[in-house]
Design a protein around this ligand. Sequence first.
Ligand SMILES: Cc1cc2nc3c(=O)[nH]c(=O)nc-3n(C[C@H](O)[C@H](O)[C@H](O)COP(=O)(O)OP(=O)(O)OC[C@H]3O[C@@H](n4cnc5c(N)ncnc54)[C@H](O)[C@@H]3O)c2cc1C
Length: 464
Amino acid sequence: MNRLFHPGRVVFDRIVRTRVPTHTQRLFDTACVLGGSVAGLLAARVLADHATTVLILERDDADEPPRTGVPQDRQGHVLLPGGHMQIEKWLPGFSGDLQDQGAVLVESKHQAVYLDGRPRLPNRDLPILSATRPFLEAAIRSRVLAYPNVSALPARVTGLEFDNDEVCAVRYETDDGPRVLAAEFVVDAMGRSSKAAGWVERAGFQRPIEQRLRSDINYATALFKRSDDVAEHPLTTLALFTSPGAPDAVALGAALAAERDQWMVMLTAYEPDRPPASLEQFRATCAKLPPVFAHAAKGLLTREIRTYRQADSRRRDFTALQHFPARLVSVGDAVASFNPIHGQGMSSAALHGNCLSMYLSSGPRLSQAATQFFHLQSVVTDAAWALSTGPDAARLDALHGNEVASDVAQQRWNFDQVLQATLHDQSVADVYTAVSFMAAHPSLLVEPALVERAVRANERSSTP
Ligand SMILES: Cc1cc2nc3c(=O)[nH]c(=O)nc-3n(C[C@H](O)[C@H](O)[C@H](O)COP(=O)(O)OP(=O)(O)OC[C@H]3O[C@@H](n4cnc5c(N)ncnc54)[C@H](O)[C@@H]3O)c2cc1C
């Protein structure tokens, strides 16, 4: 089934609108979060409402960047407004903290998006909080660790212990040697390379079913000094290329105002192409993109170019498992990591937090696997997966000359009509923006009325 038609819109809207509970029941003495990056921190915030003590085990010393456990954190990141709204809801004051420290809240009139070199109609009302990923993560961490019942321990998690059908403890190592922590609820937030599925399988349970789709995307990101003379340039610019012939094979370029008066400039390209790793070439490519790129990249380099490659999008499906331990869930990239050019990872992690809160507030049967949680979470994953893997699947089919079923070809044509109409029709652009910012469900993009409107707008724009 095409995931765009997944009947999850109602559930997605409920997840997005979930409120922070005002009265909660303490369900656990100790809850343990494995991995203290964005997803783990947000899960810890949710657990703070339900556990006497929440302990985060993180192998990196987060106060000593750069973080080796999060190699992608040196690449350009956009916190989508959908995720930003969720984080602000769970951690009120988060945006203000960040702005006080120099992050830039970019109102829609200072944002720009280009599609194949042409400006897309403006986003009308969703500001973007623009900063580097370590900066965002540090602000989340300090807010979460301010909860008196949440703490973090530098430790490498090495395994889980089970009591019959439940997780009951976490094994970990610190400088003082191996340890075991008894926990009544465990959240795996160890990222896309999490070993939790293997630990579960070795203990005799079922392993979540993993699905992968090649993305083969190469990144290069550098930081430059941002001078005051930016008035004529947008503060966030995304330049997306969907058709062949993009300058230097750029798939997505981003020029984003960041903290400490910097520009974060990011170039990406699909294999076999690579964005330039030398400054000279980087600037030369920027000169072929909308003017803000050359402007940003001509400044003093404040952090050299870093490259990164992500081979595939991945998701692990927990919904169909017959034998999975109780009191154990996964969140964030440990569940699904997408082609990063769509910027969905942190926002998905935030929505996983909402799912966790809904589950824990619903009086769950903790002696059974958290199936209700997995179903909620899969709605979030389906939504992000549909939007990011659709274009990847189309690109791979074109690359390999695959024959495409007529219904799939029709859906792709419809999607392309909607995308192209974001250049000419404000209503279509508004829906597309809300979906791509993870504030609305992607099934909106296949509504026949929207597709018809898009087709008409494209016809009008091509009529001389
Ligand atoms: C190139 C690139 C660009 C991206 N751009 C965007 C973007 O623009 N917008 C966006 O929202 N998202 C983006 N993402 C995704 C985003 O980085 C992640 O979704 C986000 O970091 C949340 O991930 P996470 O917390 O689940 O996992 P991670 O950030 O991968 O963190 C996992 C954590 O677990 C820890 N850990 C792992 N194993 C152990 C262990 N055994 N013991 C203890 N700790 C352990 C690690 O040290 C790490 O801190 C991008 C990703 C990539 C690769």
